[in-house]
Design a protein around this ligand. Structure first.
Ligand code: NAG
Ligand code: ZN
Length: 472
């Protein structure tokens, strides 16, 4: 793709130098919109006088974009500045309508699948080719902020507007996607929409009997939001190769770009999470009466396992391996009672799947040996999910890299340590991600913030990247 791009550029250059006449070039461009498009979207400094215009036409309507981000944040079940927008709630339905209206206003043809993944398509000149896609989510966990996900949906629609204003003509069609339920809030399943798009039959089966905390079934909730065909889950699956590329724009949710005053992060890999639930059962008893040699303390077994998680993670020798015990519960939870039951939930991640899986194996071995040594029962050891990490596609990385260079924006390659819909889209399409800085790396809280300038830079890089991928 990059190769073909530079061949086009050479062609454009030679036409220019042979004719050495801007009028001639302009004339030729009118005859051949593809070549005109390549020039405009290269932002390449071929000849200043000629390309200043086209570069400045790659401009983001930052004011409107900020207004949209603010408006969308008002569809919330908690007071501003916090945002709470839970899957299939009234506010979620309103935000879906808002997004669909914007897509239509941008001239995209809108389609929704059975679970409410929303697609806005700009049909290219060669619609039989696999389209290029971009997008993110608009659901928000309780008391979170207004940028997570939203920047990648509203920003994608604005990227389309930017391209349209610059009279770009896509070759491959361009799809903007709003994914259903990236956050696991309501049904305990993260990236529900993209996971299903990626063809997870396991998830489709699971959803048939999934209920939320109020015992409302997934199917019932989806129907109340207007998705009457929700039971046809297999219609959501995308074939591998449905898209030639998927690119997600997102706030970094980490502090690196801001600290280093870098405008753009180009994601090379998304670390993959695994989560494990563990239960120990001991005998419990009176904290005074049962002497130490007689105890089978389920709480100490849990404590020991939590430390073992840290040890195994550190043993991996890579800074990219992480492990967290975020939940540790003791039963009955009284100061004078030896814990008879304990419950742990362990999250471990890495960009190297084998390395992460070997940590999971070691955690299991530790759980077994702790249970034997302490005489407590390992009553549950359940791997809740064990997703593979994803590497970004080299061509998409290159496209985002040259887009950043051409726009004269500083950038760095980095790893996404949080997971995103892109992790699952990687199963059916080459994938890439573009990060922008956010205030102190804050996310999932009301203080989450990104400046409109950073957002606009991200939108420009996204637009130019999509343009390149569309023509490749
Ligand atoms: C949840 O709803 C189902 C079906 O309506 C019912 O059979 C079940 O008892 C309910 N469970 C709880 C915990 O309320
Ligand atoms: Zn997100």
């Amino acid at each position: 793709m990059a190769m073909r791009f530079s061949i086009y550029m050479l062609l454009v250059l030679s036409v220019y130098f042979i004719s050495n006449c801007p009028v001639n070039l302009a004339h030729r461009n009118e005859d051949d919109p593809t070549i005109k498009t390549m020039e405009e979207f290269s932002g390449y400094p071929i000849h200043e006088s000629h390309f200043l215009n086209s570069l400045s036409s790659l401009s983001v309507d930052a004011e409107t974009l900020q207004k949209q981000i603010d408006e969308l944040s008002s569809f919330s079940d908690s007071p501003a500045p916090s945002v709470t927008r839970i899957l299939y709630s009234e506010k979620d339905v309103l935000s879906r309508r808002y997004i669909k209206n914007l897509m239509e206003a941008s001239g995209l043809s809108v389609r929704e699948d059975a679970i409410g993944n929303i697609f806005g398509r700009w049909t290219g000149s060669e619609p039989e080719l696999a389209p290029v896609s971009t997008g993110s989510h608009t659901d928000a966990i309780p008391y979170s902020g207004k940028y997570d996900g939203v920047v990648g949906v509203l920003g994608a629609i604005e990227a389309i507007n930017v391209l349209k204003r610059s009279s770009f003509k896509p070759k491959r069609s361009l799809d903007v996607i709003m994914f259903t339920s990236e956050e696991p809030t309501r049904f305990g399943i993260g990236c529900l929409g993209s996971r299903l798009l990626a063809g997870s039959k396991e998830l489709a089966q699971q959803l048939e009997k999934t209920v939320d905390g109020q015992n409302v079934s997934f199917f019932y909730a989806a129907k109340s939001a207007g998705y009457m065909n929700v039971e046809k889950l297999s219609t959501v699956f995308l074939e591998k190769g449905s898209y030639s590329a998927f690119v997600e724009l997102h706030i970094e949710q980490g502090p690196i770009l801001e600290e280093e005053a870098t405008s753009i992060g180009i994601v090379t890999a998304i670390a993959a999470p695994a989560s494990i639930k563990v239960d120990f059962e001991g005998t419990g008893g009176h904290a005074g009466a049962v002497l130490m040699p007689k105890r089978n303390d389920a709480g100490l077994a849990a404590a020991e396992l939590a430390l073992a998680v840290e040890k195994h993670v550190l043993e991996s020798g890579s800074i990219d391996t992480v492990g967290t015990v975020g939940i540790l519960e003791l039963h009955p939870g009284a100061i004078n009672s030896i814990p008879s039951k304990s419950h742990l939930e362990i999250d471990t991640r890495d960009i190297d799947e084998e390395r992460r899986n070997s940590v999971i194996d070691k955690i299991y071995e530790s759980a077994l040996s702790i249970s034997k040594r302490r005489g407590v029962k390992l009553s549950e050891y359940k791997i809740v999910n064990q997703d593979p990490p994803a590497l970004s596609d080299e061509l998409i990385i290159k496209a985002a890299e040259s887009a950043s260079q051409e726009l004269e924006l500083t950038y760095k390659k980095m790893i996404s340590r949080a997971y995103h819909d892109a992790l699952f889209m990687a199963r059916v399409s080459p994938m890439g991600m573009i990060f922008i800085p956010c205030y102190k790396g804050y996310s999932h809280k009301p203080e989450e913030f990104a400046t409109i300038d950073h957002i606009a830079d991200g939108v420009k890089v996204l637009a130019l990247t999509l343009a390149k991928l569309s023509l490749s």
